[in-house]
Design a protein around this ligand. Structure first.
Ligand SMILES: Nc1ncnc2c1ncn2[C@@H]1O[C@H](COP(=O)(O)OP(=O)(O)OP(=O)(O)O)[C@@H](O)[C@H]1O
Length: 358
């Protein structure tokens, strides 16, 4: 699966472009502020319906314009599926998949699985648990069709429960909601656990390839005590939760701890090493998806050279190539990516929002 074409209108400094893409490596090369990351942002929009740089669409739409539009053609074997997304300044979104308008963003995410690696990406390891939950859930979402509705429901039930708790006189008033919440939470936990179990071996192997000097272990925690029954725990913790004003334990507190021996990776590894580890984890997810669903994801790599020495860059390039997936790579100069070029790759020069194929 790859994007064979990409057109972008009014996104940051890009007024209009229409690119014919390689199913392998696509390099975006140009000086600072030229629009390289904006191209990655456009591709990311197609898979997520939002930016990875800004929460506010208004900041991404080109100045003085009312909307941004991104179109792509997804090629899978012989079949071509047009996909499109329009984001308007009033906050509304229009999604088109095939000939059908009015599709949901989640359907775009299913069609276009993506992995993003940016210079800030090591927040996956150094930031809060929400980054690692998003990492786990990306994998579960793509292999388990019931995950998205179940997780949406759990989030809604937990919110409702938190609101009710403020006025509840006894636990009985919550028990009706918890009867639905507890089995769903257990199901979410089981899916996440199974996924991490599957991913661990692959991730450890890739971590070993990138960081042979360290033995890295992944440890999933579900968000409540592993000996406890969740339904009982909700009942037992009612008074404490009520005092604090929210549900303290649950799948919304799950995490993935990554350690070297007994020490958290963020306390041992350098920034470059953390970046390599993030690459290993994201590559592992892509490979796992291919094994489970015979589907490839698209890799977006912003500022490829940052933090990595030439040997590590070569290693990452080799691993990316081995996936056979479509990859978008931004870099300041063509030299930084020269070794990765082959007969299937394409080089795009970016300057002042204009993108020219070599
Ligand atoms: N809403 C907007 N409308 C028009 N131009 C914008 C808007 N938002 C940002 N820009 C400009 O668009 C350009 C975006 O550049 P982008 O971040 O894609 O650059 P880059 O090539 O990735 O640079 P770097 O190598 O420094 O990371 C910048 O010059 C920025 O000032």
């Amino acid at each position: 699966m790859a994007l064979s074409r990409l057109s972008i209108h009014d996104l940051r400094n890009i007024e209009a472009c229409d690119l014919s893409l390689s199913s392998g490596f696509n390099f975006l090369v140009g000086p600072n502020g030229s629009g390289k990351t904006s191209v990655l942002e456009a591709v990311y929009y197609l898979g997520h319906g939002r930016s990875f740089r800004s929460q506010l669409t208004g900041r991404v739409i080109r100045h003085q314009q009312d909307r941004l539009v991104v179109h792509g053609r997804v090629q899978e074997g012989e079949s071509l599926l047009p996909v499109g997304l329009q984001k308007n300044r009033d906050g509304s979104t229009e999604v088109k998949i095939g000939e059908e308008k009015g599709q949901k963003l989640v359907q775009l995410a299913e069609v276009l699985p993506m992995q993003l690696i940016t210079p800030e990406g090591f927040e996956l390891l150094t930031g809060g648990p929400k980054f690692r939950r998003a990492f786990i859930d990306w994998g579960v979402f793509h292999v388990e069709p019931q995950f998205y509705p179940a997780w949406s429901r759990v989030k809604r039930l937990t919110k409702q429960r938190n609101a009710l708790m403020k006025t509840a006189r006894s636990y009985r008033e919550l028990s009706y909601w918890d009867a639905e919440l507890a089995p769903l939470a257990n199901q979410i936990d089981q899916w996440r656990k199974d996924y991490i179990e599957k991913l661990s071996e692959r991730a450890s192997k890739l971590c070993e390839a990138f960081l042979p000097e360290y033995e890295i272990k992944l440890n999933y925690t579900r968000g409540w005590d592993k000996e406890s029954d969740y339904a009982e725990l909700l009942r037992e913790n009612f008074l404490r939760d009520q005092q604090l004003g929210y549900t303290v334990s649950g799948p919304h507190k799950a995490d993935l701890r990554l350690r070297v021996g007994a020490t958290p990776v963020e306390d041992v590894l350098s920034r470059g090493q953390l970046k390599l580890m993030v690459c290993a984890l994201r590559l592992a997810q892509g490979q796992q998806l291919t094994e489970d669903k015979q589907k490839q994801c698209i890799y977006l790599i912003d500022d490829f050279a940052s933090e990595l020495d030439s040997q590590r860059r070569a290693l990452l390039a080799e691993q990316l190539k081995a996936t056979g997936a479509q990859v978008f790579v931004s870099a300041i100069s063509a030299d930084q990516v020269a070794e990765m070029c082959d007969e299937n790759s394409k080089m795009f020069h970016v300057e002042n929002g204009k993108i020219a194929a070599e």
